[in-house]
Write a protein that binds this ligand. Structure first.
Ligand code: AMP
Length: 458
């Protein structure tokens, strides 16, 4: 731009600024009342910037492996019709009985913040007619889930899940592939996973098993906690998941569901195990693993860190299984084969952090710092920052600070190797100062050559 024109523009800008009314002073101002800070709701937490690198690692491992295995991302809403979970997850599950964040809108809609992902993905499969596409549909999702549980270590009221679902086919090879994929994600992150696996058969064999299980626990009723007595009436399989002493003790001699499986379920389970052997996924048979949600059939499994596997379900890093009956429960086609897993990303992140000695992972420092002095220097610096960014040179700045000393302190703290310093004089001369932050030596360079000079040095 010709200088005269530029000067005129500057003049106009100044006039605009000068026209602004002066700030009014308040005379006899009343001291402000202290306002209590708003605290975080119980069981919720912030994931701070210093933890985001570990989170990114987890997200990226989940995504990369699932993409490689042919899964495609799906995002479903966080809010769904409450009935989706009542019907899908099951009326008498802990989730539906006491853990859902539900609300009723002014229009009378009953909605719930999703407590898990599978029911939503199956709902999306049905409502988007995905059964008309080539089968199976292989979908992955990632996002927050909400359960009003008692907050404790590894248990939050909002937590992040990554999940994969294969919908539309029934072959046991798909169960094995799902288990393999979840195990591989942990492996990729450096966690030695171990699978606990069981088969809970068809709804028919399960109902026969439930009867003998109820008989067994009823004959030892006095040893059960009130909570487990309630479970005995409403959802007896859940007693096997109980953390209460009486039930844990009784479980040792309780009947096992494998003895009630029909031939098809038995054969399905055997083949899943054979495939797992083939790909070298380590597993333990757990005859009492039933999982908390009603929609499972045949294969159920949970994933643990081998080193923490003894601490049982509180530390499960993930879990999943087959849910062939869910489609029908949600009004979709009958017997739509489906199998999937959900990984608890919060637990995986905290495991990775403790493996790294709970040291925050350091972000890679920008090698260049841009320092400015005076209004003209600051303006020019904004443009220089953008020039560097476009050239792929990572830079940091402290544009809000005025003194060079304060800016150099920031540059040192951030571990910058080079500082580009631009003041009033440099703007007028069309130059910049390039400072070697280690030795403190400085040189004056042409302002048009900042990128080139830095590229030579970095
Ligand atoms: P689920 O659908 O209950 O099997 O959950 C899948 C995975 O999510 C579990 O294996 C846990 O790793 C994780 N998870 C479940 N509930 C919570 C929670 N309240 N807080 C943190 N992670 C959870």
């Amino acid at each position: 731009m010709p200088t005269k024109k530029k000067e005129k523009k500057e003049e106009q800008k100044e006039k605009v600024v000068a026209k602004k009314p002066a700030e009014k002073k308040v005379v006899g101002e009343v001291p402000k009342k202290k306002i209590n800070p708003i605290s975080l709701p119980r069981g919720m937490r912030d994931i701070l910037p210093e933890d985001q690198l570990v989170w990114d690692r987890v997200r990226s491992a989940c995504k990369t492996l699932s993409d490689a295995y042919g899964f495609r991302r799906i995002d479903t809403p966080i809010v769904e019709d409450t009935n989706l979970f009542v019907r899908g997850v099951g009326k008498h599950t802990d989730i539906v009985e006491k853990e859902m964040y539900s609300l009723e809108t002014e229009g009378g809609e009953k909605l719930t913040l999703r407590p898990e992902g599978t029911a939503s993905v199956m709902r999306a499969y049905i409502s988007n007619g995905m059964f008309n596409q080539p089968q199976p549909a292989k979908l992955w999702y990632m996002g927050p889930m909400f359960r009003h549980e008692r907050p404790q270590s590894g248990r939050y009221r909002q937590f992040q899940t990554f999940g994969c679902e294969v919908i539309g086919e029934k072959d046991p090879v798909l169960d094995a592939q799902i288990i393999l994929l979840s195990w591989l994600i942990l492996k990729e992150l450096g966690i030695k996973g171990i699978v606990r696996i069981n088969s809970i058969g068809t709804p028919e064999s399960r109902s026969a098993y439930k009867q003998v299980l109820v008989q067994y626990f009823r004959s030892h009723r006095s040893k059960l906690s009130d909570n487990d007595k309630r479970r005995l009436l409403r959802n007896p399989l859940r007693i096997l998941d109980s953390k209460d002493e009486g039930a844990i003790e009784l479980k040792v001699d309780a009947p096992q569901i494998v003895d009630w499986l029909d031939d098809t379920s038995k054969a399905h389970f055997m083949r899943v195990l054979e495939y797992l052997d083939e790909v070298g996924v380590p597993y333990q048979l757990d005859p009492y693993l039933v999982r908390g949600l009603d929609y499972y059939s045949d294969t159920v499994y949970e994933l643990f860190d081998e080193e923490e596997a003894d601490e049982r379900s509180q530390s499960a890093l993930g879990g999943g299984g087959r849910y062939d009956g869910l489609s029908e429960l949600l009004g979709g086609r009958e017997e739509t084969g489906a199998v999937g897993f959900g990984l608890g990303m919060d637990r995986i992140v905290s495991r990775l952090k403790s493996m790294a000695g709970d040291e925050p992972v350091k972000e890679e420092e920008a090698p260049v710092f841009i320092a400015q002095l005076g209004e003209a220097g600051r303006k020019r610096s904004l443009a220089v920052f953008e020039e560097l960014r476009l050239a792929g040179i990572r830079a940091s700045e402290a544009f809000g600070k005025e003194s060079i000393k304060a800016q150099m302190e920031v540059a040192n703290r951030r571990g910058a190797k080079w500082a580009v310093i631009i003041g009033q004089k440099e703007v007028l001369d069309g130059t910049a100062i390039l400072r070697d932050m280690d030795s403190g030596s400085q040189e004056i360079i042409d302002a048009t050559k900042i990128v080139r000079e830095l590229e030579k040095k970095l």
